[in-house]
Design a protein around this ligand. Structure first.
Ligand code: FES
Length: 239
């Protein structure tokens, strides 16, 4: 898998860095509550963090299938994932304790392009998960983040320079014009963002079973075309 971004060896033809997918059994370092979400921190081991917007498949204890999670933070020696406990798998991940071990596979998929001049991060709810790492890699650009409640908005503390809007205000009402938008959030929000900014980069969500193109479980129809979000996305150009 070749991705422009950090880590790995250089591509002699394109000057990109290659990030190398790997599977590791890693130790949990901590799980902190942030509003309704959990920030799960695991040791990095030999895993590369990849490009912001790429994801990892995390073993969910007691469940058959792993769960896809984008990297939220990548401090030295560690990877952190922001998780919304909405089902049995994500609840099992949020219940992990320091010292537990899980299998982690990644980085997978295509992340955000970082060659943007005037970045603006636009996110909704748990869609803010990749933004702390993305913000760090882009030098702390402005962000507009939408949440259902003040409790959910506690996650905005992870993203520097963020303006927060709460329902019923939409993020699209607070977006300044003339920016290179990088967005992640619910489908309805992404559709509204791309109507306003046809050149935005949009990170889509879909259930995933394998994470590397083998099962078609993540195929979604976008503009009449079927796309496997785990290999062609999750980040796609809006236009
Ligand atoms: Fe299996 Fe995408 S998750 S093809």
């Amino acid at each position: 898998m070749a991705q422009p971004g950090s880590g790995g060896s250089s591509c002699p033809f394109h000057g990109w860095k290659r990030t190398v997918m790997a599977r590791e059994r890693v130790r949990v370092r901590g799980a902190e509550q942030i509003g309704p979400y959990t920030l799960l921190r695991v040791e990095r081991s030999r895993l590369e963090p990849g490009v912001p917007g790429q994801f990892f498949m995390l073993e969910a204890p007691g469940r058959l299938l792993p769960r896809p999670m984008s990297v939220c933070l990548a401090p030295p020696g560690e990877l952190a994932f922001l998780i919304d406990p909405i089902g049995p798998g994500t609840r099992a991940l949020c219940a992990l304790q320091p010292g537990d071990r899980i299998d982690v596979l990644g980085p997978l998929g295509k992340g955000f392009r970082l060659d943007v001049e005037r970045p603006l991060l636009v996110g909704g709810g748990i869609g803010v998960a990749p933004f702390p790492y993305l913000s760090e890699r882009l030098g702390g650009p402005p962000a507009v983040l939408g949440f259902r409640s003040g409790w959910h908005a506690e996650a905005a503390a992870l993203v520097p320079n963020a303006e927060v809007v709460l329902e019923p205000t939409y993020v699209t009402e607070a977006m300044p014009a003339g920016r290179d938008v990088l967005a992640c959030g619910p489908e309805q929000m992404l559709e509204a963002v791309r109507r306003l900014t046809p050149h935005a980069q949009l990170a889509w969500e879909a259930p995933m079973a394998c994470g590397y193109g083998a099962c078609y479980g993540c195929a979604v129809e976008i503009d009449g075309e079927l796309k496997r979000l785990c290999v062609e996305g999750p980040v796609l150009a809006a236009a």
